[in-house]
Design a binder for this molecule. Structure first.
Ligand code: SAM
Ligand code: SF4
Length: 349
């Protein structure tokens, strides 16, 4: 295993069989995490990028079997922030010291391209970088968002196992989701994707495929989250995704895609106390504190017990600087464009 980790650390290339061997092995985890940490240090540095997350609507037309926001979940109070509330929250994010905001929601049809344009322009007038995570749209819509000023878009592929995807999202189509990722790239935004780890019936072989898929689509940022069952979904009796396996998938992703941005996800913190710090020491370089107005936060329940990286303090950097200094890291002062995106733009890719 040591040779395989060494190969990954020096060449950033592994075959599917090699990835699978590392995913299966239970004795080399700490070596793997340490290698991912070194690659993170060498390629994206010691700065941690903070993104202020605004969960602006929990209304969703889709019905993903794993998600608490699915349309058939009637046991949830639905909310939608107004344009003014979103812009006020964005202003708060700027005052707290964020350089990037992430707008995330269910697929809520109220937010037409026209409405999104108004919101995006309002946020960009604050001088912030903006990431959207609002689901599957047409190429024209993605272009409209980018032309209005959106810099990045996150759309997890969730799993590359098409059969499993179809089973978990019977109303959605894996090929359409993949085409969306191509469109996001073609219109010129930074491309973010990722997967869930520990879905029922998901195999280690398909997780190896997921990592190769991230390389194949030439992603700029990848978020890996353990699956956490929600009691009001068809997967309520499924087992939780294993924290260690999610961490291994994340660390291998860092080794294979060395210069991308990788968040230490909230789901990791939810599964394991200090999970985010462990993730930051195993390849991650981004944290997304939640700045959604507190009255709505509890209703954005993808899964139960969602950990809160709160930030009701000012200035945000001082608070995080202390926490990160303990692991030898600093809070970035800039908006943290993915170095991979910068490189591919320079090559005109
Ligand atoms: N609706 C958009 C979409 O699906 O791309 C963006 C919001 S969606 C809530 C963001 C992510 O939440 C999904 O990509 C999925 O990976 C994650 N998620 C949903 N349910 C989850 C669960 N039960 N456990 C862990 N993550 C979950
Ligand atoms: Fe909707 Fe996204 Fe949840 Fe699927 S994962 S139900 S698209 S919010």
């Amino acid at each position: 295993m040591r040779d395989l980790i060494n190969k990954a650390e020096t060449t950033h290339c592994l075959t599917k069989e090699e990835l699978l061997a590392l995913l299966k092995d239970e004795n080399s985890c700490e070596d793997l995490f340490a290698a991912a940490d070194r690659v993170r240090h060498d390629f994206v540095g010691d700065e941690i990028h903070l993104r202020g997350l605004i969960e602006f609507s929990n209304i969703c037309k889709n019905n993903c079997c794993y998600c608490g926001l699915r349309r058939e979940n009637t046991n949830i109070k639905r909310y939608r922030l107004s344009i003014q509330e979103i812009l006020d929250t964005a202003k708060l994010g700027k005052d707290l010291g964020f350089k990037t905001l992430v707008l995330q929601s269910g697929e809520d049809l109220y937010f037409s391209p026209e409405v999104m344009t108004e919101i995006i322009k309002g946020i960009k007038s604050l001088g912030l970088a903006l990431t959207l995570s609002i689901g599957e749209k047409s190429k024209q819509d993605y272009l409209t968002y980018h032309q209005a000023g959106a810099d990045r878009f996150l759309l997890r592929i969730e799993t590359t196992d098409k059969q499993l995807y179809q089973k978990l999202d019977p109303w959605m189509d894996w090929d359409v989701r993949k085409a969306c990722l191509d469109d996001i790239r073609e219109v010129g935004m930074e491309v973010g994707s990722g997967c869930l780890v520990g879905l029922p019936e998901q195999t280690l072989s398909s997780l190896a495929d997921d990592i190769l898929f991230f390389k194949q689509i030439d992603a700029d940022m990848i978020g890996i989250g353990p699956f956490i069952p929600h009691p009001d979904t068809p997967l309520k009796n499924a087992a939780k995704g294993p924290f260690l396996l999610a961490l291994k998938v994340m660390a291998l992703t860092r080794l294979i895609l060395p210069d991308i941005n990788i968040p230490a996800t909230t789901a990791m913190e939810t599964l394991m106390p200090n999970g985010q710090i462990k993730a930051l020491q195993s390849g991650a370089n981004v944290v997304m504190p939640n700045i959604t107005p507190s009255a709505c936060r509890k209703f954005y329940q993808l899964y139960p017990g969602k950990a809160q990286t709160n930030c009701l303090f000012h200035p945000i950097r001082d608070e995080f600087a202390l926490k990160f200094a303990a692991i030898g890291r600093t809070v970035a002062q800039d908006c943290g464009v993915s170095p991979h995106f910068v490189a591919r733009k320079a090559k005109n890719l």
